[in-house]
Every structure is written in C-alpha cells, then in structure tokens.
Design a protein around this ligand. Structure first.
Ligand SMILES: *[C@@H]1O[C@H](CO)[C@@H](O)[C@H](O)[C@H]1NC(C)=O
Ligand SMILES: *[C@@H]1O[C@H](CO)[C@@H](O)[C@H](O)[C@H]1NC(C)=O
Length: 185
C-alpha cells in the first residue's frame, strides 16, 4: 500500500515537473525565462518543380546586371519563384507545399545560386508551417547542401540542412529537384 502511494506521488511529481510553466520564472518585469521543451528531429523528402519556360513559368526573372546575358552563368540575374513541392517527382503527384522566394546567380565561373526561400507546407499536420532556406546552391553538383535557418508553426526555431539532388532538367532550364531536409525544431 505504502509502495503504491509513493509510486503515485512520483507520477504526480513528474507530471508537475513536465508542466510547461513549472520552470518559467520572471527575471525582470519585462522578461521571463520559459521552460524549454525537448527538441524534435524531422526528415522531409519531397520534389521541387522549377519551371522557367513556357506560358506559365513558376520562376520569373525580375532583375539582372546590364551584361548578365554575356556571362556564361547569367551572373547578376535574379528570379522570383513560387514553385510547387510535391510528394513524388511526378508534377501531378500530391502537392505538399510551395517554395516561395528568390534565387539569383551569385557566381561568375560556375552555376552557383544564392537561394533565399521559404518552403511553405500545406499538407496534413504541417499545413501552415514553413522552413526558411538560405545558402548557396551549386546547381551543377550532384548533391548540394543548404542551411535551414529558421521556421514557423511546427517548425519554430528550426535549424538544419537540406540536401538537393537534380532529378531531371532540360535545355530550357526547367528542373525537378529532390529535396531531403533534416530539421531540428
Ligand atoms: C490548409 O489550411 C488552410 C487555412 O487554414 C485551409 O484553407 C486549407 O484547406 C488547408 N489545406 C489542407 C490541404 O488541409
Ligand atoms: C536523406 O538524408 C538523411 C540525413 O542526411 C540520410 O540519412 C538519408 O539517407 C537521405 N535519404 C535519401 C533518400 O537520400
């Protein structure tokens, strides 16, 4: 009996300790230290469809240097993208979100893009959550790594990395890229 009681007490004590306010305390009138919850690691795998050609491009050139066209890497050109993210490489597969933001040619001697984009998810529990990607994308390398520098919703306080692999591309510049993203949040 006594053992039961002490076990129950232990359970209650650990529940109290796990309550979000248990560790919070005010340090100034305007500042409170909050108890931090445990971090989660999430891996996401999806495909990014970047269409620059045709009548309905998902990425459009919005600025460029006077002589960008003379550069083999289009150095100085900047595109604004609203690219669909899908579950499989098939463009008609389930839409799970959109990659919205800018990328531009930031390298003179290779196709090196600076990517500043928000990957905004719209499927399932991640609907409304996003991660922010900021870094260089050496588009001709088989695998590129870019940093995840933040997030919103379920991905608040995110940090992590994205591995990008070109799945398909053609001479117009259209491409389908596989993304494998690992996030701590
Ligand atoms: C995602 O959330 C928006 C806004 O709450 C809602 O309109 C939309 O139907 C949701 N989409 C999915 C696929 O659940
Ligand atoms: C995705 O990335 C993770 C972590 O870097 C790795 O363990 C896994 O093998 C990758 N998956 C694929 C399909 O490339």
């Amino acid at each position: 009996m006594a053992k039961m009681v002490s076990i129950n007490l232990l359970v209650i004590m650990s529940l109290v300790a796990a309550m979000p306010w248990a560790q919070s305390f005010r340090v100034e009138n305007w500042a409170t230290k909050l108890d931090s919850k445990k971090e989660t690691v999430t891996n996401l795998q999806f495909y990014f469809h970047d269409t620059v050609s045709g009548k309905n491009p998902s990425a459009i050139r919005v600025a460029q240097a006077a002589d960008s066209e003379k550069s083999p890497t289009l150095f100085g050109a900047i595109l604004m993208a609203d690219d669909p993210l899908t579950e499989t490489p098939d463009p008609n597969s389930k839409l799970i979100g959109r990659a919205q933001g800018i990328y531009g040619s930031a390298a003179q001697t290779e196709l090196g893009l600076i990517m500043a984009m928000s990957f905004c998810f719209t499927d399932g529990i991640y609907n409304g959550s996003s991660v922010s990607i900021l870094g260089k994308n050496s588009a001709m390398n088989p695998v590129r790594e870019m940093p995840i520098v933040g997030g919103t919703g379920l991905f608040r306080l995110a940090r992590g990395y994205a591995l990008a692999k070109t799945h398909w591309f053609d001479t117009t510049g259209d491409a389908i890229v596989g993304y494998n993203v690992t996030i701590i949040h």
